[in-house]
Design a protein around this ligand. Structure first.
Ligand code: ADP
Ligand code: MG
Length: 678
């Protein structure tokens, strides 16, 4: 077994073992699977193939006597001409003056260094006397600690492979390997540690990524399967006719996409297994009515429904709009936030536990201990990515396996949807209600502020309203960005004949409410705010969204903010004020001006920022992979997902010897332990 201690590898004594242990390497297996984090490319190249600034190895003849120059502080530069094929280049070597005597005219050298295409100069980091030798081509670079050197690491790993060759077990059965022409595990590991060329490296990597993602997805699919089995019998017997009557009562016709997701949700509700569904749809795509229909369906089945949202403003807004929609149907709906206090709170909680309240809208106040439902049948969370996994679970536990629907306006890149929500079903609203005009987005430098203000003024004179977003509430010494309080003061004096409101997270909830109400009623024409207006707020007459220091926000957040306008029939605009310093920042601004499609943006955001940042919290459930990379390995992930979903429903997977190694590993990881299910 390869689980034995690394001291069984010849040449590893107590001291080395200790150092390796500090790197997380304890067993032989750990060592064999300790992969290089990058590679040094010593393959000989043709000059013409080498890109500017690329590091490369070339072979040629010395064509001039080396000349040596000294600089202060013992610095020196040795340079000489080299003939590479038909090209004459300059080779420079810094701070190694002693090499002068070892290099002579006509000598063959192999040099590695950084290529400057414009100056035809190679800045040499590595000299090898003589012709290119075949045994140093691609060299693995390991991350090492203490007194361990990369060279030692390579030697130790080489030794381990010699000693334990043929003993590395492969958990992936032949049938899967054949299907995708994957090398076996030992070969793949060898390809990673001793790559003959980049193709082999790629093949080895692909194989290890598949294994990693398959295990990850098996875990997801097993949870999904058990979750469903566990909640058998929780069928919601809603009244289809009443639901249809409610849908007909809406002031508009559902879009095709809305109809489709409503059907998906209703099917889940009536199904015997518990719904665990993610509803994603761009800002303004009309998720609220879908939620309303689902909640209404729950009520017709004599169950209670709950809608949980991340902010008070949003809770109140949802409460108001649901109240209106449900008014003709005699449904009792209540609001619970931290501002609902005293007697009213007590009464509300009482009525809820008595079952008198049919639909409860609220913030995370809903998941406090004092809140008891009588018979909670459906839980919906809006903008769910803002809630941690745990909060989601607590709400779910308030009923006897209620159906659960998560809604999000942050379109989740496909890879992350599969990863973080792999145990869920996903519904997508991918069509906007008819008649919406795409928001026109401009990117302006700070110097163009006057023109931006003129533009806002013109729109206001036409009866429209504007949001102005700032990254900070008040002046900060740490960062030089616009703050809402100063901007509010400036704009108040600029827009003298109009009312300019101020909104930020430090206002008391009732103050916020008041500001929002004034803006919604067009008492106030310009609203200066921090990102608290980010989610859900709906004021159709607002047509301009100005975002100061826009480079400080991620694409998804900018998209969310932009989604506050474009909610009515008038043409809407978004102006990003930004002087980004990095290429990435500029790229983000460009992307914003080019697309209004949230899904496209989310994919780009993922590419630019990586998955770690995406959800803004560590509870996303996406593990750190050793080899796999969610951005680039999408196809492998998808394949692994499909395989996992298929496998967990086969007898072979659960009983056959073919899959025994996989089952054993999953058991060791605690995945097959049903007790751990949440
Ligand atoms: P979001 O998906 O961002 O939560 P909302 O549910 O707030 O979007 O809907 C945005 C606006 O679109 C609301 O004013 C809503 O009444 C309206 N709306 C929703 N569905 C339709 C539809 N099918 N046709 C026309 N307007 C719609
Ligand atoms: Mg919404």
């Amino acid at each position: 077994m390869l689980t034995q201690s690394i001291t069984t590898v010849t040449g590893i004594g107590e001291k080395k073992a200790e150092e390796l242990a500090s790197m997380g390497i304890h067993s032989v297996e750990d060592l064999l699977e300790y992969l290089p984090y990058r590679y040094e490319d010593y393959q000989k190249k043709d000059l013409a193939e080498i890109a500017h600034d690329e590091k490369a190895t070339i072979e040629g003849k010395v064509h001039s006597e080396p000349s040596l120059r000294y600089f202060p502080k013992k610095k020196s530069r040795l340079s000489f001409r080299m003939l590479i094929g038909k090209y004459l280049i300059t080779a420079t070597i810094f701070n190694r003056p002693f090499l002068k005597n070892q290099i002579s005219l006509g000598q063959t050298l192999t040099v590695t260094g950084k290529w400057d295409r414009n100056k035809m100069t190679l800045t040499v980091s590595d000299v090898h006397f003589g012709a290119f030798s075949d045994d140093r081509k691609i060299e693995p670079v390991y991350s090492v600690k203490g007194s361990l050197y990369g060279k030692t690491m390579r030697k130790i790993i080489d030794q381990a492979f010699r000693q334990f060759s043929g003993m590395i077990e492969d958990p992936i059965p032949q049938e899967l390997r054949d299907a995708y022409r994957l090398p076996d595990k030992e070969s793949a590991l060898r390809m990673m540690h001793f790559p003959e060329n980049f193709q082999a490296l790629k093949a080895g990597r692909r194989r290890l990524a598949y294994e990693e993602l398959l295990f990850f997805q098996l875990k997801m699919q097993i949870f999904r399967k058990w979750n469903r089995q566990q909640s058998e019998g929780a069928s919601l017997k809603f009244n289809r006719e009443e639901v249809d009557a409610f849908t007909r009562s809406l002031p508009f016709q559902l879009t095709e996409a809305q109809q489709r997701v409503v059907e998906e949700i209703l099917r889940d509700l009536s199904d015997t297994s518990r719904m665990n569904r993610l509803l994603q749809g761009d800002v303004g795509s009309g998720k609220t009515v879908v939620a309303a229909i689902a909640l209404y369906a729950a009520v017709t089945a004599n169950k209670q429904g709950a809608l949980m949202v991340p902010t008070e403003i949003l809770a109140e807004q949802h409460f108001q709009s649901l109240k209106e929609l449900f008014a003709p149907f005699g449904i009792t709906i209540a609001l619970l936030t931290s501002s609902v206090k005293g007697k009213l709170r007590k009464e509300t909680l009482n009525a809820l536990s008595e079952g008198e309240i049919q639909i409860m809208v609220g913030t995370h106040a809903l998941i406090q201990d004092e809140v008891n439902f009588k018979n909670l049948g459906l839980v919906i969370t809006d903008e769910q990515h803002r809630f941690g996994v745990n909060q989601r679970r607590v709400l779910r536990e308030k009923g006897e396996s209620p159906d659960v629907l998560f809604m999000t306006a942050t379109p989740i890149p496909r890879t992350l949807a599969i990863s973080a929500f792999g145990d869920m079903d996903v519904s997508t609203i991918d069509v906007m209600p008819a008649g919406r005009k795409p928001i026109i987005t401009h990117w302006a430098k700070h110097g163009m502020l006057d023109r931006v203000l003129d533009f806002i003024k013109k729109e206001i004179e036409n009866g429209r309203q504007a949001y102005v977003i700032c990254p900070l509430i008040e002046e900060s010494e740490k960062v030089d960005v616009q703050n809402a309080i100063d901007v509010h003061a400036q704009l108040t004096s600029y827009f003298q004949s109009y009312d300019v409101g101020l909104m930020h997270g430090r206002l008391h909830p009732t103050e916020k409410d008041e500001v929002m109400r004034r803006f919604a009623a067009n008492v106030c024409q310009v609203l200066v705010s921090t990102t608290v207006v980010e989610v859900g707020v709906n004021v159709p007459n607002a047509t301009i969204m100005v975002i100061y220091d826009a480079e400080r926000f991620g694409l998804s957040q900018l998209h969310q903010l932009r989604g506050r306008v474009g909610r009515g029939s008038e043409q809407s605009y978004c102006v990003l004020i930004a002087d980004p310093k990095t290429e990435e920042g500029k790229e983000r601004m460009r992307i914003m001006t080019e697309t209004t499609n949230g899904f496209e943006l989310s994919e780009k955001d993922l590419e630019l920022r990586g998955p770690g940042d995406f959800f803004g919290n560590k509870q996303s459930g996406v593990p750190n992979f050793k080899v796999a990379d969610l951005v680039h390995d999408y196809r492998i992930l998808e394949t692994a997902r499909n395989d996992a979903a298929r496998l967990v429903n086969t007898n072979k997977f659960w009983n056959d010897d073919t899959y025994k190694p996989i089952r054993e590993i999953l058991t060791r990881q605690g995945v097959l332990d049903k007790e751990r299910l949440d």
